[in-house]
Design a protein around this ligand. Structure first.
Ligand code: NAG
Ligand code: NAG
Length: 258
């Protein structure tokens, strides 16, 4: 698990180092400036991002849905070492859906849903915070870096405020806290439960990975081993440059995350 910890350390270092002296419209740390055309334009660095092309994607993106729990170690490892880096590099051709719930259970107690999580109350809180983040920040470009930052540090929920400050400084912490404690969060989590319970085939472990609406053991194994390669392989449009570079690098095994 060495590489996971390295990445986590890197993310924490990023959290700690990144300052607030960027351009007003550029609410992103330098590590994200070349991650999409929109961000590059906002940060006025598009000329310096050779891998970005304005041309619209020619084919539907590859959908990657992750059914997970905020404190499950294997979920965190997949999110931090596979899903987030793949999304950063293949932003334009990847459609990410995050459903934090996993093996939790719910019960209707006089009209309010009560949740029981595999790793206890702390996990329920982490799931709820991440669900409310997605609701309030709306755009995956905004919330995924925050969720990555939370999941890569040692104390998932306790990292919320620091991660928000770095990755989504315009978000209101109070809105997210109100959602977490109120009816809104309760309803959103019930929706996650419904999405999870509707899985076909039903999930029997986490992380549970669904690619283009399909789960098979083979897809799960490939995604956990090398999601980047899987997305490149499954994308039916013209492959982005990152795919060709990734392939070249994997041949010399310098992209190994293991
Ligand atoms: C993204 O994935 C979700 C869930 O699989 C799906 O409902 C949605 O239509 C997809 N969006 C695009 C643009 O492919
Ligand atoms: C939950 O329980 C309340 C009362 O206990 C009931 O009115 C409501 O219909 C129940 N909701 C569901 C979805 O079962």
């Amino acid at each position: 698990m060495g590489s996971w910890q390295q990445l986590a350390a890197l993310a924490l270092a990023l959290c700690a180092v990144s300052g607030g002296d960027s351009l007003p419209a550029c609410n992103f740390p330098p590590s994200l400036w070349c991650s999409s055309w929109e961000i590059a334009v906002a940060c006025q660095v598009e000329k310096h991002c050779p891998n970005l092309h304005r041309r619209p994607p020619a084919a539907p993106p590859v959908s990657v849905s992750l059914y997970y729990e905020s404190l499950c170690p294997a979920c965190r490892m997949f999110l931090v070492t596979q899903l987030f880096p793949t999304w950063l590099m293949l932003n334009d051709i990847t459609n990410i859906t995050l459903v934090p719930y996993g093996n939790a259970q719910e019960k209707n107690v006089s009209g309010q849903w009560q949740f029981k999580c595999q790793h206890g109350e702390a996990e329920c809180l982490g799931n709820m915070i991440e669900t409310c983040l997605m609701y309030h920040l709306k755009d995956v470009q905004q919330y995924f870096p925050v969720i990555f930052c939370m999941e890569s540090g040692p104390a998932v929920s306790a990292n919320l405020e620091a991660c928000l400050q770095i990755y989504a400084p315009s978000a209101q912490l109070a809105d997210i806290q109100a959602c977490v404690k109120g009816d809104l969060g309760n309803k959103l989590m019930h929706h996650n439960a419904q999405l999870t319970d509707a899985l076909d085939p039903p999930h029997n472990y986490v992380p549970w990975i669904v690619i283009n609406e399909k789960h098979t053991q083979a897809l799960q194994d490939q995604a956990q081993k090398a999601l980047f390669m899987l997305v490149c392989k499954m994308y039916t449009g013209e492959k982005p440059d990152a795919c060709n570079q990734g392939e070249a690098e994997s041949k010399t095994s310098s992209l190994s995350l293991n």
